[in-house]
Ligand binder design. Sequence first.
Ligand SMILES: NC(=O)c1ccc[n+]([C@@H]2O[C@H](COP(=O)([O-])OP(=O)(O)OC[C@H]3O[C@@H](n4cnc5c(N)ncnc54)[C@H](OP(=O)(O)O)[C@@H]3O)[C@@H](O)[C@H]2O)c1
Length: 274
Amino acid sequence: MKPSVGILGAGSMGEIVARGLVRAGWASEDLTLAARRPERAREAEFRTGINTVLDAAQAAQGKRVVVIAVKPRDVPVLLTQIADVVTADQVIVSLAAGITLALYEEALPGIPIVRSMPNTPAAVDEGMTAYCGGTHADEPAMSDAAAVLGAVGETIRLSEDLLDAVTAVSGTGPAYVFLLAEAMTEAAIREGLPHHAAERLVHQTLRGSGMLLAGSEKSAFRLRGEVTSPGGTTAAAMHVLEEGGFRALMEDAIQAATHRSHELGEAATERFRS
Ligand SMILES: NC(=O)c1ccc[n+]([C@@H]2O[C@H](COP(=O)([O-])OP(=O)(O)OC[C@H]3O[C@@H](n4cnc5c(N)ncnc54)[C@H](OP(=O)(O)O)[C@@H]3O)[C@@H](O)[C@H]2O)c1
């Protein structure tokens, strides 16, 4: 049976999850969204078909799963709004970057908490979400949280100390791919391809390569080897990328994002406690 879900925060991620749950077969009567402004509530209700209220406590009350989809800075106020209505037979699923399980457990003693890091391909049911459970999150709670997060893509259960790295890899990852798409498209145009053709070639190449990689038993290294013949075109391109430090740059980028995620988490903790 699908757990009932209250989604607190009807912004980008809240709407992505809401729409994903509807696509995955959740009945709209089992879903409630909460916004804080009437215009946002009207827009969200129009776009998702889900009852959207202006009272987070009302959206959370009695729901098996309560998804926290507000910005990290808005989490403390939200928790004060729902603290009196949430109970130990519910599970709070946080999407908020940097807000730790310990902070939730301080604010909501005894309540099962699941912390997660999704990404935006969830909008097309191809998300990647890592999640971890708090002290009171038993297996049924973890499983209901995973069902909700899994409605918009793949899920992986990891320990909380890895979430900064997850943020840098899959949370931020779509931006690396979009940058690659921009750079490839610009280069294609410089080689004389019309703009629309360049975009189609690049977008479908990224989609096809991603699907091939995800659906194949072979490693990225092996798949790359299969399109690289000695002295060929791929070998010429790979040489330029390797010589130009592509790998080192990617390593630095992911390290910088991991570090920044850690810093933002510390700042969120300080704000939360102040
Ligand atoms: N976007 C991403 O790529 C991504 C990826 C992974 C995780 N996340 C996490 O997802 C969370 C949401 O991010 P987002 O990009 O969806 O932000 P967003 O578009 O700003 O949406 C947050 C929404 O929550 C509403 N809100 C704030 N406080 C509220 C309250 N007390 N009651 C009801 N609604 C309230 C905001 O209202 P207003 O419209 O009035 O501001 C806003 O519409 C963040 O914590 C972020 O860390 C996002």
